[in-house]
Design a protein around this ligand. Structure first.
Ligand SMILES: Nc1ncnc2c1ncn2[C@@H]1O[C@H](COP(=O)(O)OP(=O)(O)OP(=O)(O)O)[C@@H](O)[C@H]1O
Ligand SMILES: [Mg+2]
Length: 590
């Protein structure tokens, strides 16, 4: 919570105005029964002049209360929402800095819940906390004023307060843990809904709707149970808590009424006490809430700062330089790599030989060369692209671009020099043009169209209902797999990076179109260093050189025809891939 202070302080003006106007509004609130008392007593004494004066004062207090009440609400809520916005931005900007190793082990539902309910619980505390804290002031003021009027009557009017606090605490002790559980359950439910919606194609294809609905129903039942339990406790204790002030009122009327008959207190005083009995309950009812909300918000703050304190694993080194004007030589020097999630907890460097993806990987690619990487599925081909882009750092060994260790250059500059097309293209739910121009939102329409042309995408884009302005739906699901791949390819080509990594980037595109893409690429690729990860002979034939990886090392290196002639495992891998490809494309009508 202490760490929230600097954020709250950046909204100083709202905070101070809120506190100041809040105090004034509360003082005015306490003054109302006192002024009413004077007015009533003036009326009973038939003092018309005094009555008018007190009534006018009452009206002015009412107006003042309205003005200051509006001001403090506005300011405190402005503060609360301001802090919420800041926290959101802080959390999100930190999330974007975190490395892939973090996202490998974190569920998106968890992050979303932190970004939503945890930030909300802090916001609630900030909006209501200061106000509730200040009701203590109104309690002290009212109490002091009552004591000056009549001490025993003051004590009688306080009699029910411990009861209010006691039952309030009892209620919260039941409800508070339940709200925690309810929040966790809601996150669970959100994950189920999220997976159902995102995975709807899989769900339906397995006709597994019933099973999914059952899963959802169970989660929903849990939430119902939690909330019904909470309501049961509320139904039990709230009526007691609400009746206690009425009992207090009756006691004040009984005792105070006798005092009034005896003439010890005035009717106005009796009236004022009656009003204060109700007013005094508020701090007692809300103080417990404040304590609990504080606990809750501090737990939330802890969880938010847990994310913010998570150090990104991959950062710029201290004297990182910018990697500029790259010629495009790439060297992998004795690279060993195990995914962080599979390293031993105690010793992050240690790894079992089974989990090691690269074990002494060596590869030198000359500027402008096109190298195809071939290997069985799971052999670590995509991993090579990820390491080159520094999504992860090797466990040992070095990767050099133009002779620079990629750990010594800034991440931004490195990634601007390397364009990568993944095998599973992710499109944003915006227009085709915006998707292609993702790397450069200022790209002209001609540039976008020429990138699309090179990716052999312009034909089908023009046939879309609104051409380049067609919105592609979430993740681009309104397009076919091959169309998505071509847009993803165009997006990377637009960036015109000196190094290009195509990770199975044309796997969903049929051979004829692929051949056309290759013609266009050959023009595009000349002068660029290209790493082609592929299975198809047609793709591989585009490369100057082929390397075969097996068990984390390069086992063969040469031209396609050399390897075909000399390397038996190369021949069999390609044959397997060919067979699989035929099956895959058999079902596609791209
Ligand atoms: N994020 C990850 N965390 C942990 N292990 C991973 C991760 N990504 C891949 N792996 C593992 O690393 C190994 C190499 O994966 P990689 O994706 O590089 O294979 P690939 O050669 O590209 O396979 P494919 O041809 O099927 O695309 C696999 O055994 C895989 O299970
Ligand atoms: Mg792969």
């Amino acid at each position: 919570m202490r760490r929230l202070l600097p954020i709250a302080k950046s909204h100083k003006k709202s905070l101070y105005i809120g506190l100041l106007t809040g105090v004034i509004a509360l003082v005015l609130n306490v003054a109302v029964p006192a002024m009413a008392r004077n007015a009533i007593d003036a009326a009973l004494e038939a003092d018309r002049e005094a009555l008018t004066t007190w009534a006018i004062i009452l009206i002015s207090i009412g107006v003042g209360r309205f003005v200051f009440g509006a001001l403090y609400r506005y300011s405190l809520f402005q503060l609360a929402w301001g802090v919420e916005t800041d926290l959101r931005t802080l959390l999100y900007s930190h999330l974007t800095k975190l490395s892939f190793s973090y996202f490998d082990r974190t569920q998106s539902g968890e992050v979303i819940s932190r970004a939503n309910s945890d930030i909300r619980s802090i916001q609630v505390l900030l909006a209501f906390g200061p106000l509730i804290g200040m009701t203590i002031i109104s309690f002290i003021l009212a109490f002091g004023y009552m004591m000056t009027l009549h001490v025993p009557l003051t004590l009688v009017s306080l009699i029910t307060l411990p009861g209010v606090y006691f039952f309030g605490q009892k209620l919260r002790r039941v409800v508070f843990p339940l709200t925690w559980v309810s929040q966790a359950r809601l996150a669970e439910l959100a994950t189920i809904v999220d997976e159902n919606v995102n995975g709807i194609r899989v769900v339906k294809s397995f006709a597994a709707e019933k099973q999914q609905v059952g899963l959802l129903q169970r989660a929903a039942e849990h939430i119902k149970w939690v909330n019904v339990e909470a309501i049961r406790a509320r139904a039990k204790y709230n009526p007691i808590i609400e009746s206690l002030p009425r009992v207090g009122m009756a006691l004040v009327l009984l005792y105070g009424g006798h005092l009034a008959i005896e003439g010890t207190v005035s009717i106005g005083t009796l009236f004022a006490f009656n009003a204060y009995v109700i007013m005094l309950q508020a701090p007692f009812r809300m103080f417990g809430f404040l304590l609990l909300q504080t606990q809750r918000a501090s737990a939330s703050a802890q969880r938010i700062f847990e994310v913010i304190d998570e150090e990104p694993a991959i950062v710029d080194s201290e004297n990182a330089t910018h990697l500029l004007d790259v010629e495009g030589s790439i060297v992998f020097e004795n690279v060993h790599f195990t995914y962080p999630s599979k390293r031993e907890e105690s010793d992050p460097e240690a790894s079992s030989p089974i989990d090691e993806v690269l074990s002494g990987f060596n590869l030198t690619i000359r500027p402008g060369e096109t190298v195809a990487i071939v290997g069985r599925t799971g052999s670590g081909k995509s991993t090579i692209g990820r390491l080159l882009n520094r999504f992860y750092d090797p466990t040992s060994g070095k990767i050099l671009v133009d002779g620079n260790d990629i750990r010594d250059v800034t991440l931004d500059s490195l990634r601007h020099q390397i364009g990568i097309v993944f095998d599973e293209p992710f499109l944003f739910s915006s227009s085709v043009a915006e998707n292609i121009a993702y790397s450069n939102p200022n790209a002209s329409l001609e540039e976008i169209a020429s990138a699309a042309k090179a990716a052999e995408a312009s034909g089908f884009i023009q046939e879309l209902s609104e051409g380049y302005e067609t919105v592609v739906g979430e993740r681009g699901y309104t397009l076919s797999g091959g169309q998505r791949q071509r847009i993803a390819l165009a997006r990377t080509l637009l960036e015109k990076t000196p190094i290009l990594v195509l990770d199975d980037a044309t796997s969903a595109i049929d051979v004829e179109i692929e051949a056309k893409i290759h013609d266009a690429l050959a023009k595009h690729l000349s002068g660029r260093t290209t790493v082609l990860i592929a299975q198809r002979v047609s793709t591989i034939s585009l490369a100057d050189r082929v390397v075969l990886i097996e068990n984390g090392v390069v086992v063969a290196d040469g031209t396609h025809s050399e390897l075909m002639a000399n390397d038996q495992s190369y021949v069999s891998i390609l044959a397997e891939a060919e067979k699989k490809d035929q099956q895959d494309l058999g079902g596609k009508n791209d």
